[in-house]
Design a protein around this ligand. Sequence first.
Ligand SMILES: [Zn+2]
Ligand SMILES: [Zn+2]
Length: 250
Amino acid sequence: MFIDTHSHLNLDPFFNDVEPFLERAISNRVEKIIVPSVDVPSSEKSIILSEKYEEIFTAIGIHPNDSEKVDDNYLKILEEYSKNKKVVAIGEIGLDYYRNYSEKKIQKRKFQEQLELAKSLNLPIIIHNRNADYDVLEIMGRVDYFNGQMHCFSSDLEFAKRILEKGMLISFTGVVTFSKKASEVASNLPLERLMIETDSPFMAPVPFRGKTCEPSFVIEIAKKYSELFNIKLEEVEKITTQNAEKLFNI
Ligand SMILES: [Zn+2]
Ligand SMILES: [Zn+2]
């Protein structure tokens, strides 16, 4: 069994037509899928999916790009949602200085508030970080909470090592199948600390570039690891699945 640790099945084009994608995933042995959220409505949609399909698990949270748009009572709502037993993480949360859709000050505040929430609930975190290594590490240090996943990893090897030392796990998307930088970083990390993800509908891996990315494609990331580490695909499957099951308690 493979686990896609990051697929936005709660967004278009999936949410209203999720079954064909889910069936294709299952027939490719992708039997557990974590669906992260970007705001309050998508958190609710992820819960709806996870209640309906046993393969789907929910992460609730506010994406940095959406952090300006949320109402002040969002933390109370997330806390209420967290009582659902299919909610297994807080995410995706973090900082995005690449797109800068929300003011940095607001991104940082929402990130810290959600880290504190995750810590108080003892739920793992799913971190989105674009061009914000220093501030991400600084805020996580301030809250002193390092239990989770650095998703769609795009930083350098030095940052990867620092964040692993703190206790986080790392996952790569399809980017690792076509980016030399990402594959070089990945090949220098211990597989015992890695997971796989699609970030679908974004980031389609080779050989599906240009297509809508979907959870069944996560096997291409596993194949890339098997090539980089020169080990059998079954070994990658076993280790990355164990890592995800342990982190998310699923
Ligand atoms: Zn992200
Ligand atoms: Zn995402």
